[in-house]
Design a protein around this ligand. Structure first.
Ligand code: 5GP
Length: 206
C-alpha cells in the first residue's frame, strides 16, 4: 500500500505543459519527472538526462526490441518512449510520477497501469492562441510549427478519454488547478488494494 501514483499530462505542444510540469516539480516535494527517451534533436535550452534522454533511431529501436519501454510513440515524426524500469523504480519509491506524454502513449499506459494513473489534458483556449505560443517560443522551424498545429487538432479529439481538462489561458489559474489534481492523484482510491485494506482494518479491533 501507499506505493506511488502516475500523473499523465497530455495536450498539444505549445500548450504550456513543460512550464506547468516544472512548477509542479518545484512545489510538490514527492513529485518526480519521468524523463523520456527521444530521437528528436535537442533544443538549445534542454539538458540531456534532465528534459529527455536524447538518442538515435538505432538505439531507440534496440530499446523497443528489448522491451525497455512501457509505451512509445511516433510524435511529429520523432520517436518518444517511457522507460519501464524508471517508472517501476519511482512507483516503488512512492513517488508521484509526472509523465508528459502524447495521447497515443496515454492510451497504452491506460491499458497497462490505469489503476495508478490520473490523466489531465492541458490545452490553450483556442487554436489561434496555440499558434501564437508556438511562434513566440522560437524553438521550432516554420515547418515544425505547421506540423504541430496540424497534429494539435487530432490530439484534441482525445479530450474525452481524460479525467481532467485544464485550459491554460492564465498560467497561475492553470497551475492552481494542476496542483489540486496532482494532490488528488496521490489519494486515488484505486491505488489501494481495497480488500486487503478492509481485512487489516477489520482485524485491528482489540
Ligand atoms: P516535444 O518535442 O515538444 O518535447 O514533445 C512532443 C510531444 O511528445 C509532446 O506532446 C510530448 O507530450 C510527447 N512526449 C514526450 N515524451 C513522450 C513519451 O515518452 N511518450 C510519448 N508517447 N509521448 C511523449
Amino acid at each position: 500500500m501507499n506505493k506511488g501514483a502516475l500523473l499523465v499530462i497530455s495536450g498539444p505542444s505549445g500548450a504550456g505543459k513543460s512550464s506547468i510540469v516544472r512548477e509542479l516539480l518545484k512545489q510538490i516535494p514527492n513529485a518526480a519527472f519521468s524523463v523520456s527517451t527521444t530521437t528528436r534533436q535537442k533544443r538549445e535550452d534542454e539538458v540531456d538526462g534532465v528534459n529527455y534522454h536524447f538518442t538515435d533511431k538505432k538505439s531507440f529501436q534496440k530499446d523497443i526490441d528489448e522491451g525497455a519501454f512501457l509505451e512509445w510513440a511516433n510524435v511529429h515524426g520523432n520517436f518518444y518512449g517511457t522507460s519501464l524500469k524508471q517508472i517501476a523504480k519511482l512507483l516503488d519509491e512512492g513517488k508521484l510520477v509526472i509523465l508528459d506524454i502524447d495521447v497515443q502513449g496515454y492510451m497504452i499506459l491506460k491499458e497497462k497501469l490505469e489503476r495508478f494513473t490520473t490523466a489531465v489534458f492541458l490545452t490553450t483556449k483556442s487554436r489561434e492562441d496555440l499558434k501564437t505560443r508556438l511562434l513566440l517560443r522560437q524553438s521550432d522551424s516554420e515547418e515544425a510549427i505547421e506540423q504541430r498545429l496540424e497534429n494539435a487538432f487530432e490530439e484534441m479529439a482525445y479530450i474525452n478519454r481524460y479525467e481532467y481538462l485544464v485550459i491554460n489561458d492564465d498560467f497561475k489559474t492553470a497551475l492552481a488547478q494542476m496542483l489540486n489534481i496532482a494532490h488528488a492523484a496521490s489519494n486515488k482510491r484505486t491505488l489501494t488494494d481495497a480488500d486487503k485494506f478492509i481485512e487489516a482494518w477489520a482485524k485491528s479491533l482489540k
